[in-house]
Ligand binder design. Structure first.
Ligand SMILES: [Cu+2]
Length: 214
């Protein structure tokens, strides 16, 4: 009997600010098998890994390596842009990359970075390649920095309400978050859509009507 402890990423901890669940993702059993093989440890289960809690070794997905805290959302009106923020820590031994975001309150979502343009104006733009978080590292999404952009709300989001947000990683795994909406003013960055021209979604600019519905 082999009882060596494979340093499996810890199960995701849930903070007071984040309700977070992990979607079970297929194809983890293969990775788990490789892990078990690498350890040189004969096992008698299908995965060879200590079962985290429920189903087989979801601990090998990017989503299961991260701990999310401090989630919040800038309260805004329907048709306005807004943004979501959090601190995402990678507890795993491999880098993880967030490649996309989705939410029920906005049909168009982007991962944004904020940079200074030639005149010193802070400008936000699509982060090419997504957000990479190194092993043991932390990504802070905050006003004036990296953030998840909601390009146009399809409903009012008042302070105090919860906003669902799903972040998907490059391996296809994802985390479902709940962001509490807060009133916030500041970080009025410009949006520079020209930076995204290589990505092929030039239509984003045409839909960036901030003038309301009159
Ligand atoms: Cu933005």
């Amino acid at each position: 009997m082999c009882d060596s402890t494979i340093p499996v990423a810890q199960a995701v901890r849930v903070t007071s600010h984040a309700r977070l669940t992990i979607r079970t993702v297929a194809a983890v059993s293969l990775a788990a098998g490789l892990l078990a093989g690498a350890s040189g440890c004969a096992t008698d289960s299908s995965t060879g890994l200590p079962a985290p809690s429920s189903t087989s070794a979801s601990a090998t997905t990017a989503a299961s390596q991260v701990t999310v805290s401090g989630t919040w959302f800038k309260a805004a009106k329907k048709a306005d842009m807004s943004a979501g923020f959090a601190v995402i820590r990678n507890d795993g031994t491999q880098p993880v990359v967030i490649v996309s975001a989705a939410s029920a309150v906005s049909d168009m979502m982007q991962l944004h970075e904020t940079v200074a343009d030639d005149s010193g104006t802070m400008t936000m733009r699509k982060k090419e390649g997504g957000f990479e978080i190194p092993a043991g590292g932390e990504l802070t999404l905050e006003p004036g920095g990296n953030h998840v952009m909601f390009m146009g709300l399809n409903q009012d989001v008042a302070a105090g309400s919860d906003v669902p947000l799903t972040l998907t990683f490059s391996d296809g795994s994802s985390v479902d978050l709940s962001l509490v909406a807060k009133d916030y003013t500041g970080a009025n960055e410009q949006y520079d859509d020209s930076a995204g021209e290589a990505s092929g979604d030039a239509s984003a600019g045409a839909e960036m009507d901030m003038g309301g519905d009159q």
